[in-house]
Design a protein around this ligand. Structure first.
Ligand SMILES: NC(=O)c1ccc[n+]([C@@H]2O[C@H](COP(=O)([O-])OP(=O)(O)OC[C@H]3O[C@@H](n4cnc5c(N)ncnc54)[C@H](OP(=O)(O)O)[C@@H]3O)[C@@H](O)[C@H]2O)c1
Length: 282
């Protein structure tokens, strides 16, 4: 048994593509959504051991609070300050986050974009942004600029990446920089890792007029075609939406639990079928 702990959890798309993946490989596994209240997380985590559950994903609001409940937490999760995957290895609970690895695999395999040596701008400094920024640094990004709505949080992330990963090629992008046309000429990769775009009518978090054909635009929001993606399309940019990362971060979890290569195409097909009706424009 595998699954996802969340509150609420009924909206999670992970059961759709994880169960499709188990089926595609004929594995005797199942993936179950578990509605776990915040105050019940410690007992639910103990239940993984007690019930012999192979592993779980964690979604809102458990990603940060789980850190203190596990036997081991790897470097990626510590850097991100969040855990999205628990693996039960003979009663030892190991936490990691698969967002960074999932993002990079998606960028390479679906986007055909190689980040090493390139200049990236990441919008956001929350859990997903932290994982993505750490992964980009590890992949040898040439320069990484980080912008966040709450300036202090963005500055903390820049400092954290510089000290934890010993990388000096990480810079803060303040709002003046974001409005500077010359700055945008340097950018090869733009990542929206904020929640802006999740709600209908949300404005683009990046100035649409600055986009140009040389920028690969990645919006990790996965429930709609966002204003940023519409602007990217108008500007002639290559782009990806968050459904690609969603599948690949799940594929990494799948591989941790099963030790098998994830059947990514089957997972994509299952997700596309499930979201065909709910995918929203705008
Ligand atoms: N595709 C995938 O596989 C995948 C995986 C994980 C997450 N996501 C998506 O990524 C997004 C962020 O998730 P998270 O877990 O990192 O959330 P989080 O930890 O709560 O962080 C949210 C981030 O968004 C910023 N933000 C929120 N509203 C904003 C607005 N109106 N304008 C500008 N910035 C805004 C926040 O800035 P402040 O610091 O100023 O509050 C913060 O940087 C969500 O849409 C989530 O669904 C996608």
């Amino acid at each position: 048994v595998t699954g996802v702990f969340g509150w609420p959890v009924s909206h999670s798309l992970s059961p759709v593509f994880q169960n499709a993946a188990f089926e595609a490989l004929g594995l005797d596994f199942v993936y179950v959504p578990f509605a776990v209240r915040p105050e019940d997380l410690p007992s639910a985590v103990s239940g993984i051991r007690a019930l012999g559950i192979a592993g779980v994903n964690l979604t809102i609001p458990h990603k940060e609070s789980a850190l203190a409940l596990l036997d081991e937490v790897d470097e990626e999760a510590r850097l991100a300050g969040a855990v999205n995957t628990i693996n039960n290895s003979d009663g030892t609970l190991r936490g990691t986050t698969t967002d960074g690895r999932g993002f990079i695999r998606s960028l390479r395999e679906d986007g055909r974009f190689e980040p090493s040596g390139r200049t990236a701008l990441v919008l956001g400094a929350g859990g997903a942004a932290r994982s993505i920024c750490a992964a980009l640094v590890k992949e040898g990004v040439g320069a990484l600029y980080i912008w966040n709505r709450t300036t202090r949080r963005g500055q903390l992330l820049v400092g954290h990446l510089r000290s934890a990963l010993g990388c000096q090629r990480v810079y803060e992008a303040d709002s003046d920089r974001l409005n500077d046309a010359a700055f945008w000429k340097e950018i090869d990769l733009l990542v929206n890792a904020t929640s802006a775009g999740m709600r209908q009518g949300d404005a683009s978090p990046a100035p649409a007029s600055r986009l140009h054909r040389g920028i690969f635009v990645y919006d990790i929001v996965y429930n709609r075609f966002t204003a940023l993606l519409a602007a990217a399309r108008r500007a002639g940019c290559r782009f990806l939406d968050g459904s690609s990362m969603l599948v690949y971060q799940g594929a990494v979890s799948f591989e941790i639990w099963t030790g098998r290569a994830a059947p990514v195409e089957a997972m994509k097909r299952a997700l596309a079928a499930a979201t065909a009706e709910s995918w929203q424009d705008g």
